[in-house]
Design a protein around this ligand. Sequence first.
Ligand code: NAD
Length: 479
Amino acid sequence: MDHYQNFINGRFAPSSVQEDRIEVRNPSTGRLIATVPETSQAGVDAAFAAAENALPEWSNRPAVERASVLHAVAAKLRSHVEPLARTIVEEQGKILGLARVEVQFTADYFDYMAEWARRIEGEIIPSDRPGETILLFRKAIGVVAGILPWNFPFFLIARKAAPALVTGNTIVIKPSEETPINAVKFCEVLMEAGVPAGLINVVHGRGPTVGRALAGSPRTAMVSFTGSVETGAAVMTAAASNITKVNLELGGKAPAIVMDDADIDMAVKAIKASRVINSGQVCNCAERVYVQSRVADEFVDRISAAMRQTCFGDPLGEEPVDYGPLINEAGFRKVETLVAGAVRQGATLVTGGERGPGEGGYYYQPTVLTGCRQDMDIIQNEIFGPVIPIVKFDELEQAIQYANDSDYGLTSSIYTRDLNVALKACQDIRFGETYINREHFEAMQGFHAGWRKSGIGGADGKHGVYEFTQTHVVYLQRT
Ligand code: NAD
């Protein structure tokens, strides 16, 4: 078993015998696979110092030179896809194919963000005064704190570090304590790629201690956080004492609306994929389905059949599987409680609803529930598992009203062949993203930004790059 360390100022910090260690387990088997440190305040301070020392030279480099460092990271990542993917599978439990996609996508994301280097432009603003020019610059903010969840742990490193670096910031990252090993492996890639010391630092630890120390530090210029709504509120509270900028990517409860003219095959395929990918543990995926009454029976029959055919188990086992375990016992209990609660409140279990076989792992059967109502917990709360709760509706207006009736506002989708229906939905639905006739999954050139409690600010694309900049306006008076 390996005992991993923090990565500070371009190298792995020496370990201390007194260190409190966090155990990392494989969710497929429950087996202990590694430990990482619970970083002390001195460790957090050392990471800040490294990021601060690297900042002036880095932010003053021409952006295109910064971009070449990002391209170098992307190239090295592509030469280690297989071992990196296996690390992700071992500690997080997604299937190998998806883990490979995650690593490739992470490399692509570094390249994509590097391409912004020559396009981060300022503005020249017309003045009211004769002889005056007003210039708006976009500048680095400083040291960014990136706090990560466990569900796409490797990609999330890129989503924080790549835009932070291309805009001239440096970063201190805290991976989730559930999935820290992939971040260690990422740092090994940084060393191989020759990334200058101090640009990216990684400190391990629990949220209320190390996460809190990062979010609440006056040395943090911006916190970029991805995780649950509850923790997002705690991060905001910690950041408030220093008026630190927060960028929050939080939970979702995405509605999928299936109209009676929809291509039902396509809707079934996309919604099933949305609930099965990563064992249903994805913030943007369809989490509640609204089906128009006339096609409800057909849709329920088909999606239940598709879910029954889905196989799950140890992603590194002998048989190929569609999905693996849930992340841990607490995650498993949450899914179990929501399904049991829905049945108690009157929903009908069409298929699933039980713990799956698999020694030591947190496996949950593919599950479909019908007869769900808007007031049920399973329709209002995020469910991180392979579960599809279905509600019937008669008219589009009703479906949109149900969809909007949520604390969350991240993604949404509609399946219809009628362009007018799709346009009406786009006009009235109150979410950061809407997918029409396709599965829920955002593109790196879009803007992933939730409404309501799903977040503040966003990630990806031009707007995601600008999140990591601050403006400086200069008034230039000709004398
Ligand atoms: P979480 O909120 O439990 O933890 C996220 C991170 O916050 C972890 O690193 C944790 O250690 C840290 N943390 C915990 N308490 C803290 C505190 N008081 N101060 C600072 N940091 C603290 O979330 P999770 O269980 O790791 O991830 C699942 C959640 O993430 C889901 O709600 C999911 O929807 C959301 N998510 C959102 C997006 C998005 O793009 N909107 C993407 C992925 C995941």
